[in-house]
Design a protein around this ligand. Structure first.
Ligand code: GDP
Length: 191
């Protein structure tokens, strides 16, 4: 797949706005501020392809991208502390609706800050998704903020706790783990 040719299709605030399913779609999920946009931009070698809204509760839409037969669905970030319950519920409905019904969904890349992986909603999402038969690739980003020893310890810990998922270290800033992430995505896409 040509990651560099990835382009924006649309932003969908509800399922009626999802683009027609086509090819193999990879969903990107993660807590707000985990580094999801930076990871997507690094993977596609673009600045500003994926953008974050810094306003809690505003990015309640799924952004779709495409390149050839590969599709990306950038799910809205979760975990803002001060989000009203109604916004949280809307987020959960949008995400679960998407994950449960998207026929072309080939796998989920879950982006987590390597310094605090597997927070409550990360675990819920993995547990719920794996029950639906979804494959997860766990991207531990901002690895540059940890020593090499800390990186390896956290990698092993996450691997132990989530034996059904694949796990890797990543850094958008240092461009660490890009080839590994692209390979995991390509593996999802080819089944
Ligand atoms: P998102 O909300 O998950 O899309 O997160 P962003 O990609 O907007 O990143 C949140 C913050 O973390 C920003 O200040 C980024 O500059 C920073 N950040 C993202 N990725 C990395 C990384 O790999 N290393 C470091 N040191 N900082 C990062």
């Amino acid at each position: 797949a040509d990651f560099k040719a990835m382009r924006f299709i649309c932003s969908a605030p509800n399922p009626r706005a999802f683009p027609e399913p086509a090819g193999a779609e990879i969903a990107f999920a993660g807590r707000s501020n985990a580094g999801k946009s930076s990871a997507l931009n690094a993977l596609c070698e673009r600045t500003g392809l994926a953008r974050t809204s810094k306003t809690p509760g505003r990015t309640q839409a799924i952004n779709f991208f495409t390149s050839d037969q590969l599709r990306f669905a950038d799910l809205p970030g979760y975990g803002f502390a001060k989000v009203p319950p109604a916004v949280k519920a809307a987020w959960q409905a949008l995400i679960e609706g998407y994950l449960a019904t998207r026929t072309t969904l080939a796998g989920v890349v879950l982006i987590m800050d390597a310094r605090r992986p597997l927070m409550e909603f990360d675990r819920q999402l993995i547990g719920w998704g794996e029950e639906q038969g979804l494959g997860f690739h766990l991207l531990l980003t901002k690895a540059d903020k940890l020593s090499r020893n800390q990186q390896l310890n956290i990698l092993r810990k996450v691997e132990r706790e989530m034996p059904d998922a694949s796990v890797q270290l990543f850094s958008a800033t240092k461009r660490q783990g890009i080839d590994e992430a692209r390979a995991a995505i390509a593996a999802f896409a080819t089944g």
